[in-house]
Design a protein around this ligand. Structure first.
Ligand code: HEC
Ligand code: HEC
Ligand code: HEC
Length: 458
């Protein structure tokens, strides 16, 4: 018995030592901050493009603050995590990081001092980025203006505030390693897969997560959430009434809207804004890859799409009016609201992107949950400062929950031929109370600060 215990203790010690060896990462020595002349101008410009695809600016810049200086708050189900200062300031930023330290952070999610980083930094995607692209990103970041600003301390409960714990998370959920091409697919498809899974980190929003905040590998791009919005399924479960094609995906990602699908809203507006720096060929590659995930639509699906397009084309504000039904059902009450408050824009046939799209084409109304419809109707689409954008007023102060719920019942029945969602009441309460931290942005709306892009002008 005693020998058994001794063996058991030895075994435990070996396991613990193994885990420790796995979890422990050495610090990488501080390097002398590189100079601008150390980098090729072309490399810096390539890095600017890649940084836009990776959305580094948005997560590392506080609204109104200096670009890449960090302390941007990311609310998670576990607490608030603040982003790091990734300007080349030697004390508070990454000025003393060698390229090796930077690449390790991207590939392994480990800081220069050896501590593990939280997956709020999407290293589970950035691990796919090639060494070559990391080199360009490094060149770009190290040539931004240095900003002295210490990042705010995270607000996480014990034991999540101990970085060592993250090694366990990685052991369970992190699939480390650069992107591998699939030989049977075209170069274009592989390029698309590389951008989607790596820097584009589309799955960070579009793939559902488990209780530990890790993306579920068996539900790849099956629909997730971000900043209080639903990020719709990009696989065969896509809720779009008109099936997406490589051409429509290309147009939507290139310009932030498509006539058959409306305008990119909420966090997706920022994504399409960021993709703006990529060459057409890369956007095309993403579109080709996504189309292959969505698969060939069934005959029935195609038919539904054609019906939606027909119904949308037939709508005409002059002819449109409430059916005059006398029933006192939720949908009948909602119809009255629709014609009073919404039809002037959504049945006007004004061309996209400035006219509201016909709601027969709305993914939001055909989605499995009401979140995006609720967000758009409560908060609208704010005007972008200094340029033309799609605008919709918010109705939060004008409609109470009963009216909202009636309106949604009508919208679902009329534009999705489905019953109202059953969790409308609780979602309305929680959305209004701020529980979901819904981010409201103008269409295609990233503020392109002077030091984010245009590496040339510096
Ligand atoms: C979705 C938000 C998000 C995006 C997008 C993002 N980051 Fe971060 N990043 C974070 C957060 C949050 C942290 C801090 C994590 C922590 O403290 O463990 C961080 C940390 C880092 C660190 C570690 C810094 C340090 O001092 O340890 C580096 C380097 C970094 N990010 C680079 C980038 C680059 C380059 C990009 C774009 C390709 C990028 N990040 C995009 C959220 C983001
Ligand atoms: C920060 C979160 C986030 C990231 C990252 C993100 N998306 Fe989205 N995406 C969303 C949200 C939210 C929506 C729903 C927008 C709306 O309601 O208009 C959306 C909508 C879309 C749609 C329209 C779907 C439909 O049926 O209407 C496409 C296509 C899309 N995203 C592609 C991508 C691709 C490709 C990437 C990666 C390059 C990406 N997204 C990255 C949040 C994100
Ligand atoms: C001043 C014009 C205007 C009014 C009034 C208006 N909208 Fe909109 N709405 C827009 C514009 C512009 C968009 C963005 C383009 C698009 O995607 O349709 C939009 C987007 C939407 C979307 C997102 C569609 C999708 O899936 O992408 C929904 C849902 C919506 N509106 C519902 C309503 C409802 C319900 C009302 C009435 C309570 C209303 N709107 C009133 C202009 C308007």
């Amino acid at each position: 018995m005693k020998r058994l215990i001794v063996r058991f203790v030895i075994l435990l010690a070996i396991v613990a030592a193994g885990l420790f060896a796995y979890a422990w990462k050495p610090a990488i020595d501080p390097a002398t901050p590189p100079q601008r002349a150390d980098f090729d101008q072309e490399l810096i410009e390539k890095g600017a493009q890649l940084a836009a695809v990776g959305n580094c600016t948005a997560c590392h810049t506080n609204p109104g603050g200096r670009s890449f200086a960090g302390s941007f708050a990311m609310p998670t189900p576990f607490g608030i995590i603040y982003s790091s200062n990734i300007t080349p300031d030697p004390e508070t930023g990454i000025g003393q990081w060698s390229e090796a330290a930077f690449s390790r952070a991207m590939r392994e999610g480990v800081s220069r001092d050896g501590s593990h980083l939280y997956p709020a930094f999407p290293f589970d995607h950035f691990t796919r980025v090639s060494d070559e692209d990391n080199k360009a990103l490094y060149a770009f970041l190290m040539t931004r203006p240095a900003v002295k600003q210490s990042p705010l301390a995270n607000e996480l409960p014990f034991p999540l505030n101990i970085r060592f714990v993250l090694a366990g998370w990685k052991l369970l959920f992190f699939d480390e390693g650069a992107h591998q091409n699939v030989a049977s697919r075209s170069d274009e498809w592989n390029r698309g897969a590389y951008l989607v899974d790596g820097l584009g980190h589309c799955g960070a929003c579009h793939t559902p997560r488990n209780a530990f905040g890790a993306e579920k590998p068996d539900a790849y791009l099956a629909g997730g959430e971000a900043e209080g919005w639903s990020a719709f399924a990009l696989n065969e479960a896509s809720p779009a009434p008109v099936p997406w094609t490589a051409d429509s995906l290309y147009a939507y990602l290139r310009r932030g809207w498509h006539a058959d699908h409306g305008v990119a809203n909420g966090p997706m507006a920022e994504v399409t804004g960021n993709l703006g720096l990529l060459p057409d060929s890369d956007i095309r590659a993403i579109a080709v890859y996504l189309e292959s995930l969505m698969g060939t639509p069934s005959a029935e699906r195609e038919q539904r799409g054609e019906q939606a397009l027909k119904a949308a084309a037939a709508s005409d504000l002059v002819l449109a009016s409430a059916s005059g039904a006398q029933d006192d059902t939720p949908a009948a009450r909602g119809e009255t609201i629709y014609y009073a408050a919404c039809a002037t824009c959504h049945d006007s046939n004004r061309p996209q992107p400035f006219g509201g799209s016909n709601l027969h084409l709305s993914s939001a109304l055909n989605a499995p949950d009401p979140q995006n419809a609720i967000n758009v109707i409560l908060f609208g689409l704010p005007a972008a400062s200094g340029r033309q954008s799609s605008i919709m007023p918010g109705f939060a102060a004008i409609m109470n929950d009963q009216q909202m719920s009636d309106l949604l019942a009508y919208l679902r029945e009329e534009f999705a031929q489905q019953p109202n969602w059953d969790d409308v009441a609780s979602r309305l309460t929680d959305t209004r109370s701020g529980k979901y931290h819904v981010s409201v942005r103008p269409s295609d709306g990233i503020e392109r600060g002077p030091d984010n892009v245009g590496a040339k002008d510096q």
